[in-house]
Ligand binder design. Structure first.
Ligand SMILES: Cc1cc2nc3c(=O)[nH]c(=O)nc-3n(C[C@H](O)[C@H](O)[C@H](O)COP(=O)(O)OP(=O)(O)OC[C@H]3O[C@@H](n4cnc5c(N)ncnc54)[C@H](O)[C@@H]3O)c2cc1C
Length: 484
């Protein structure tokens, strides 16, 4: 529905009902900034944008959307590449003015508003020597990441982001404003932790925080391609139960990528992001076999934890067009498969030199804490020990959308065919992380497993008109997003 179809007097009526919100129409700089997304390919022209700062205005906006039968999109950090935070011709609820964070150092909790970014949370907690499980790129939104699960450098110690969620405030499709927790509307709280994008607008998240006074050992190591087998062998051993990182304190994410700033024509190589929540001496002992491989780049240093999640910002910059083809891999990763992926990525980049920022990442973390939580405890259904990974194809021109999609799917299929495995204990569950999957790429049966039936019942209870339908919709999909 465009503004002209909505008619200006209706829009004025809405403005009058939203005393604390900014209302934007197409044409202004502010409007253009509001519909901008991490991937240009995920942008869509909303008919109307609302930037609220109160729950009351969000509630009023949802009633307006329902009354006028409009499509609704809710934007947090804007990182989904499927267009799940955008709407073509509908109403966009942009949460970017809701970034407040308050820390209770005594209780060791942090409460962040629904539009906050991880940088806001990390910084506020860092001032008190605390930390919680957040994303490894600090400009991602806490909203989308938390509602789908949340893995980070602290997952080995404290599980998923949702395993640390204590309560959430939410505005429902019918305008009600609720606090949810294990004791308040516990069924809704169950659903929010894993399938939360389907249930409402979360205005506040309260997380458990953990003491993190000491600096941690973190940085990037670059290796020439001939070292790939050794790097993968090391990563497999590091996070195995009996490995040096089996205590959950050390992890390594292996990027196959062209190093940022490398001369034109450079092929993809290995960039290993390393974090160890230990002393430097202990970390150097754990990572000794890797350091002995003579890295060509080494930024390892002791740094405050609140800076660690900025380490990958230079690889994951905003702009251009990207797709996200998430996969999982059973351990150990076969070095020969990593080699095949590196070769294949090299071929793609030779054919398409302008796609030089594309990468594939294999994440190696200790997943004991994740797997220890029973699958029925919350909606999140992947309590496997399968590691996560992403193929991120990165291109410039909309005319290449279909081809970039095809290349991303091809690389992902190469990995999933050989490494994505479901073991006996995962029957009924999922082995893929839904936040790494673009809406429509995999079925909700695959993503939510045996939790799906209960989720659908709760959907009927809390969002019977399917207003929230953009990320892995539990019922029929009104807007498929921009899948490529
Ligand atoms: C560069 C990059 C790094 C990443 N790193 C990690 C990582 O370390 N760990 C990890 O687990 N995941 C990671 N992800 C995946 C990430 O969890 C998802 O992309 C997530 O959707 C991002 O949330 P967002 O708020 O930025 O996204 P958006 O695109 O704004 O939103 C995604 C979905 O969430 C909904 N949503 C957002 N906020 C709210 C809210 N307050 N209330 C209701 N619905 C809301 C939107 O409507 C949309 O449906 C990463 C993604 C990228 C692109």
């Amino acid at each position: 529905m465009s503004p002209s179809m909505l008619n200006m007097s209706t829009i004025q009526e809405l403005r009058d009902q939203l005393p604390d919100s900014i209302v934007l129409l197409p044409g202004s700089e502010e409007y253009r900034a509001s519909i901008k997304r991490w991937s240009d390919g995920a942008e869509k022209p909303a008919a109307l944008v609302i930037l609220p700062i109160t729950e009351r205005d969000i509630s009023t906006t949802l009633s307006f959307v329902q009354k006028h039968g409009m499509d609704l999109a809710v934007a947090g950090g804007g990182h989904s590449t499927s267009g799940a935070a955008s709407t073509a011709g509908g109403l966009l609820l942009d949460l970017s003015r809701l970034r407040g964070v308050t820390v209770d150092p005594e209780a060791r909790t942090v409460t962040a508003q629904g539009g906050a970014l991880w940088e806001d949370v990390d910084t506020a907690l860092g001032q008190h020597g605390l930390a919680t499980v957040g994303g490894v790129v600090n400009h991602t939104g806490i909203g989308g990441l938390t509602l789908g699960g949340g893995y980070g450098w602290l997952t080995g110690l404290y599980g998923l982001t949702i395993d640390n969620l204590l309560s959430a405030r939410i505005v429902l499709a019918d305008g009600r404003i609720l606090t949810t927790s294990p004791t308040l509307h516990p069924d809704l709280f169950w659903a929010l932790r894993g399938a939360g994008h389907n249930f409402g607008v979360v205005t506040e998240f309260t997380f458990q925080a953990h003491e993190q006074k000491n600096e941690v050992f973190a940085g990037l190591l670059g290796f020439t391609p001939d070292k790939l087998e050794q790097v993968v062998g090391f990563a497999n051993a590091l996070v195995a139960d009996e490995g040096q990182g089996g205590d959950g304190r050390s992890a390594i994410y292996c990027f196959l990528a062209v190093p940022p700033g490398a001369p034109r024509g450079t092929g993809p190589t290995i960039l290993a992001a390393v974090v160890s929540i230990t002393t430097e001496e202990e970390a150097r002992r754990r990572f000794a076999p890797l350091l002995e491989l003579n890295p060509v780049m080494d930024t390892l240093a002791m740094v405050p934890y609140c800076q660690v999640n900025a380490m990958l910002n230079g690889i994951a910059v905003h702009g251009d067009r990207k797709n996200t083809k998430g996969f999982s891999f059973a351990m150990p990763l076969r070095p020969g498969l990593a080699r095949a992926v590196l070769t294949e990525l090299g071929t793609i980049l030779q054919e398409e030199p302008a796609w030089v920022k594309s990468y594939v990442v294999f994440e190696f973390g200790h997943l004991g804490k994740v797997a220890a939580v029973p699958r029925g405890e919350m909606a999140f259904a992947n309590r496997s020990r399968c590691q996560n990974g992403v193929v991120q194809i990165w291109w410039m021109d909309a005319k290449d959308d279909a081809r970039a999609g095809e290349k991303g799917r091809h690389l992902k299929a190469l990995i999933t065919a050989q490494a994505e495995k479901r073991e006996g204990k995962e029957e009924g569950g999922a082995v893929v992380y839904s936040n790494f999957v673009e809406t429509g790429d995999r079925s909700v049966e695959e993503l939510f497993g045996e939790n799906l039936d209960r989720l659908r019942l709760l959907k009927a209870k809390y969002d019977p008109t399917n207003l929230f339908n953009k990320t892995h919709p539990l019922v029929s999909r009104k807007d498929a997003g921009q899948l490529v």
